[in-house]
Write a new protein. Structure first.
Ligand code: UDP
Length: 313
């Protein structure tokens, strides 16, 4: 298959490119490097089935020849990134999704939207199941991301209903692994960086808020399987092992053999108090299940950040 991947130089986008190429597909990769990094796809330069175009996907784009699928993965995704780029975040979820859907329509290609657990906001239903409509503050600091993704989901369903496009919507929960940005503010790179540098680990609030962390290869596997299914409604993808942020800080201390201090900072506005995916639907529909343990995933991620620090030294 020939597949367009938007956000190809991003954390998850670049791993998706690797997977698609490994499966024998051709990839047309798009990214404007707003939050993605050239180094994430540098290893693919010169790969015969890989073509990169520096492109802002909020603008029209066309691809010569046949196209079988469009994976729309472009968006700032860390709270720090989308708070820095709120308008670009809203644009890529709205205008960008429209452009990518148009591309799929023109080529009669399938379309995969990578949406988010943020669609549920600060949830009142736990664990989050796809039928829950969410609890989103439409005017809070996180709304640029939450609402752009909710809009993207609505636009995707509208294209499916109006034009019959074969669409899929994934709701991605917290994901981690190599190629995350060290300074994107998210809890995994933030804690690892702090522990590597022997600095205090910064827990926001009292650390009782919960998250569930999925390793990137598991997530990409779920996305790939979903892209081959006929399910049009959203499907949660994430790991079900839930832990408090304080427990997570202690796990990092243990794994890295450091006893660096834990420092408490104010909780950001609208920070969801609990998050864990109900993945019953993905299990039944796709036969998918995360298989990488938190320890193994964190070890691989720590190694990546250690090498990055060595290269920078
Ligand atoms: N967090 C923290 N310290 C940090 C960064 C994040 O305690 O240095 C917390 C944050 O408040 C949130 C959780 O970790 O409750 C996950 O945050 P992240 O930014 O990774 O993503 P989110 O799940 O909020 O989108």
């Amino acid at each position: 298959m020939r597949i367009v991947v938007s956000g190809a130089a991003g954390f998850i986008g670049s791993h998706m490119c690797d997977r698609l190429l490994r499966e024998g597909h051709s990839v047309v990769a798009l990214d404007n490097f707003l939050t993605g990094a050239e180094r994430n796809i540098r290893h693919l330069t010169g790969t015969p089935n890989f073509e990169f175009r520096r492109h802002d996907v909020t603008l029209p784009v066309d691809v010569d020849g046949g196209l079988d699928a469009v994976f729309h993965m472009a968006s700032p995704a860390s709270p720090k990134d989308y708070l820095e780029h709120p308008i670009e975040t809203l644009d890529v979820g709205s205008l960008g999704t429209r452009q990518m859907l148009e591309l799929a329509r023109k080529h009669d290609a399938t379309f995969l939207l990578t949406s988010t657990s943020e669609s549920y906001g600060d949830p009142h239903v736990h664990p989050q199941v796809e039928t829950y409509w969410g609890n989103v503050n439409p005017v809070g600091p996180r709304s640029c991301y939450d609402e752009s993704k909710r809009f993207a989901e609505a636009m995707t369903m509208a294209y499916h209903r109006t034009h019959g496009i074969r669409t899929n919507i994934a709701r991605i929960f917290n994901t981690y692994g190599p190629r995350m940005k060290l300074n994107d503010g998210r809890v995994v790179p933030a804690f690892l960086d702090q522990a590597l540098q022997g600095k205090p680990i910064t827990v926001f609030g009292d650390g009782t808020q919960t998250r569930s962390f999925c390793y990137v290869s598991d997530l990409v596997d779920g996305l790939y399987k979903l892209s081959r299914s006929d399910e049009r409604y959203p499907v949660n993808l994430g790991n079900q092992r839930e832990m408090t942020i304080r427990e997570f800080a202690e796990t990092i201390q243990l794994l890295m053999g450091t006893n660096c201090q834990i420092e408490y900072h104010p909780l950001p506005e609208d920070d969801p108090k609990q998050r864990r995916p109900d993945i019953t639907k993905a299990r039944k529909l796709l036969g998918w299940n995360p298989v990488v343990s938190l320890d193994d995933g964190l070890k691989a991620t720590i190694e990546y950040f250690r090498n990055l620090a060595l290269c920078a030294a």
